[in-house]
Structure formats: C-alpha cells, structure tokens
Design a protein around this ligand. Structure first.
Ligand SMILES: Cc1ncc(C[n+]2csc(CCOP(=O)(O)OP(=O)(O)O)c2C)c(N)n1
Ligand SMILES: [Mg+2]
Length: 277
C-alpha cells in the first residue's frame, strides 16, 4: 500500500503469490479478486489462476507467480522494454526474503543496474521462508547490503511505518522516473499466520508467540486507525464491509468456467491452431 501510493496509474507492478494487498493497492477489482478465489469465470484470470496468480493488466497489475523469484526477471524484462521504447512509466517488483536466495535475483539486479532500468525492487522481508528463519539460510542477512553490492541505492525500512514507507517510495520513484536507474527497498514485516491459510502455527515450534507479539502490537492498520476520528473511521469501515459483502455475493452468484475454457489462454490453444492450419 505504501509503495503503490507513490506510483502513477500507468506504472506497473509485478508481485508474487502473497499478492492480494498489492493487487488491491494498485486498483485491482475486488469482485474479480473474490471470484478468482472461488474459481469462477468472472475471476480476474477467469477462475484458472486462483489465489496466487492475480492479474489486472488494465490497472498495471501484471501478474504474480507461485514459483519463488520468477517474476523478478519478468519485471526487469518489462522495465527493459519501457526504456527501449522510451515509455515514461516505471515498474515496481515485489518479492520475499526467500526469493533473494534464487540465482535469478542476482542476475536481474546486475542487469537492471547495468542498463539503468526504471525499476523499484521491493523486498518484503518477513524473516521466514516457510518455516526457516533467515539466519539459518543466509550468510549475509542484510539484504539491503546485497543490493548495494550491485551498485544501486538501497534502503532498509520498517514496513509497519506507513508514512516512512510512502516518503521513501516517493523519493525512490522520483529518482527512477528521472532516469537515474533502479532503487531497492528492503521492507521489514512479519507474517501473523501460518505460511498458507488462516490458522496459527506456533505449535510447530519454529517461532514463538512472544516473537510475533511486538509486530502485532505495531500493526500499521491499527496505528493508522487511531489517527482518524471515530465516526469517520466507522463510516469507512462500513463502506469497506459492504464492498466486501458485495464481492462475495457476486462471486457466489457467478458461474464456473465451462469445460471448453480448458483449451483457451494456454499454449495448447496455439499448438492446436498450428496443427489445424
Ligand atoms: C523455485 C521455488 N522453490 C521453492 C518453492 C517452495 N516455496 C514456496 S513459498 C517458499 C518460501 C519463500 O519465502 P519468501 O520468498 O521469503 O516469501 P514469504 O512466503 O515469506 O512471503 C518456498 C520455498 C517454490 N514455490 N518455488
Ligand atoms: Mg519471507
């Protein structure tokens, strides 16, 4: 949310499987999001992608992938095209701390710096890849320092401080738009629930409630809510609740895709056409 505040409507974002907030922050359609979770034909990928593959190209949400690290290269490729075609808009690329261990991370950062591409890298560092803490996976846990080693300006921010995040994002976006090459934000955050799904997983023993508590106490939504007067906040909350209820009703009433949809939007469709030609 904090990063997207700094973007223009024509800018694009590439996310990863933890992409619901990114999709909404960039203006993605809520009805199409919920319908996608239901696997319905009205979903943002016609019910074929599901929760981890949200897309709304009209709003600049260029897609997400469940394969860790893959969209980093897609985003850099898009940024290269932007520069090559002299288009003014920039790219923001989001990924987790685990993705920085993939080879494609190093290759992509190197290329982006070399070609001075218009891209903002945003690492959402929640300190875990599934159940393994960063200090059991990375020799140099300072991800910002690794980005700096490629020759780009990189900062480390508290992801619970929305105002600081907005300010730093706006500053980075201004410099990228001015043609000064890529920038990198390492944003610390914390996953409240299990890796996948709505449950708590403290019983697994890889982390404790005591570790999570300070992050929950610093919840940026609650901090922001305290700055808004009660009546105004209640009005906003009611409006959002109604929007959510409407999206769920829309999803429930929508149809599932027909069986013929299995052969559209896939490589096989072209293979069929070529074979028939
Ligand atoms: C290439 C690849 N390797 C392994 C996996 C299995 N996997 C799914 S999520 C995940 C953890 C990634 O952690 P991080 O990038 O920090 O993202 P987070 O879930 O913490 O937001 C792993 C290893 C995968 N999906 N893709
Ligand atoms: Mg992580």
């Amino acid at each position: 949310m904090g990063v997207c505040e700094a973007l223009e409507p024509g800018d694009v974002v590439f996310g990863y499987y933890r992409c619901h907030a990114l999709y909404l922050a960039k203006g993605g359609d809520l009805r199409a999001l919920v319908a996608e979770l239901f696997g319905k034909a009205t979903g943002c990928t016609k019910g074929k992608g599901g929760s981890m593959h949200l897309i709304d190209a009209r709003r600049g949400v260029m897609g997400a992938s469940a394969i860790v690290g893959t969209t980093i290269a897609n985003a850099v490729g898009y940024a290269y095209a932007q520069k090559y075609c002299r288009r003014p808009n920039i790219v923001a690329c989001f990924f987790g701390d685990g993705a920085t261990e993939e080879g494609v991370f190093a290759e992509s950062l190197n290329f982006a710096v070399l070609k001075k591409l218009p891209i903002l890298f945003v690492c959402e560092n929640n300190f875990y890849a599934i159940h393994t803490h960063q200090n059991k996976r990375q020799g140099l846990p300072d991800i910002r320092a690794r980005a700096q080693a490629f020759g780009m300006r990189a900062e480390r921010l508290d992801g619970n401080d929305i105002f600081e995040l907005c300010r730093c994002s706006a500053d980075a976006v201004r410099s990228i738009r001015a043609g000064q090459g890529p920038r990198f934000l390492e944003v610390t955050t914390y996953r409240w629930r299990e890796h996948v799904g709505p449950g708590c997983d403290y019983h697994l023993g890889y982390r404790s409630e005591a570790e999570a508590q300070p992050w929950q106490d610093a919840d940026p939504l609650r901090r922001l809510a305290r700055l808004i007067d009660d009546q105004h906040r209640r009005e906003m909350e009611n409006e959002v609740e109604q929007e959510i209820a409407d999206a769920f009703a829309f999803a429930e009433q929508s149809e599932f895709p027909s069986a013929t949809e299995l052969y559209t939007d896939v490589f096989k469709e072209e293979a069929h056409a070529a074979a028939g030609a």
